[in-house]
Design a binder for this molecule. Structure first.
Ligand code: SAM
Length: 288
């Protein structure tokens, strides 16, 4: 879909873009093809696309013979998409807020790949939600703000490292990324973008009830970045319980969470017992 085709659809439908919905449409054919290539769609399989917009990515996914479930919030775009892909048997188009639709869905996503140029305002919570699903998609190839992609890939002791790296890292390995210049979008966004690929780990680093513990530990540890992690976790576990867990994970008592790696948090989640006195929020906090 070229920029002039996009303009034509927008003019015909008198469509004024809504900034709060992150409506920056990707019109650069090379970048669209790179995204599709990164998604490894040969052989074709089911794809979930969030925020199809005018459908530049959708048309390539359908051309790759993938059945596409697409969730678009803006009814005006849904109307256009229905015209563009009229009666296409491969497209299942759903109007709604992807966060809500996914939270209420009972679909088994195990065999799905997520391929999307995400609405930036909901990108991080969507990804964290997906990682937490018992049936998480096998591969996620998404375009996000460059800064968010960097946070997802970050390692300990770097400024970008934090909750987001950990909330996704236990379930997904962050692979390649490539930058997408603002000029490839219409209208160009104020921030740089990047496409990132996340591959579901063959075995999650934490499983069963350890998942809740892992979430509890990392949220508490990053609740005050500048504070020693030991002191923050002492509000939940006793010194006698924490000491052997810290020793097993090789974490110094003086360490701050930002210097503690994913694997070390995993060891803590394996070592520390459940603590019923502290509850874990049901939904993810906004971590944009
Ligand atoms: N995929 C298209 C492209 O590459 O040109 C559009 C991408 S645009 C960055 C994000 C799209 O997500 C917009 O079409 C917007 O209307 C839609 N959107 C925004 N918030 C949404 C939400 N919560 N659920 C579903 N779609 C949403």
């Amino acid at each position: 879909m070229t920029l002039s085709e996009m303009r034509r659809w927008m003019t015909e439908h008198d469509l004024r873009l809504t900034k709060s919905l992150g409506q920056n449409f990707l019109h650069d054919g090379n970048q669209l093809r790179r995204i599709v290539q990164a998604a490894e769609l040969d052989p074709p399989g089911p794809v979930l696309e969030i925020g199809p917009g005018l459908g530049p990515l959708t048309e390539l996914l359908l051309a790759a013979r993938c059945p596409v479930m697409a969730i678009e919030m803006d009814q005006r775009l849904v109307t256009i998409l229905r015209q563009r892909f009229v009666d296409h048997p491969g497209l299942n188009l759903i109007q709604g807020d992807a966060l809500e639709v996914l939270r209420n869905s009972e679909t088994d996503w195990t065999g799905y790949k997520v391929v999307a140029n995400l609405p930036y305002s909901v990108g991080s919570p969507l990804l964290v939600d997906m990682a937490l699903r018992p049936t998480a998609p096998s591969l996620i190839v998404v375009t996000l703000q460059l800064e968010v992609a960097q946070r997802i890939r970050a390692k300990e002791s770097t400024p970008e490292y934090g909750l987001l790296s950990l909330l996704l890292g236990w379930r997904y390995a962050a692979e390649s990324t490539f930058r997408i210049p603002a000029s490839c979008f219409f209208p160009p966004p104020d921030v740089d973008s990047a496409c990132i690929r996340l591959r579901r780990r063959p075995v999650p680093l934490v499983e069963g009830e350890q998942i809740d513990r892992f979430l509890q530990i990392v949220r508490q540890a990053f609740s005050q970045r500048r504070k020693m992690m030991w002191k923050l976790l002492r509000t939940i576990w006793t010194e006698e319980t924490l000491a052997p867990a810290f020793a097993a994970a090789g974490i110094a008592r003086e360490a701050r969470a930002e210097a503690v790696g994913l694997e070390q948090f995993v060891v803590l989640a394996h070592q520390l017992p459940a603590n019923s006195s502290t509850s874990i929020p049901e939904n993810n906090p906004v971590i944009n």
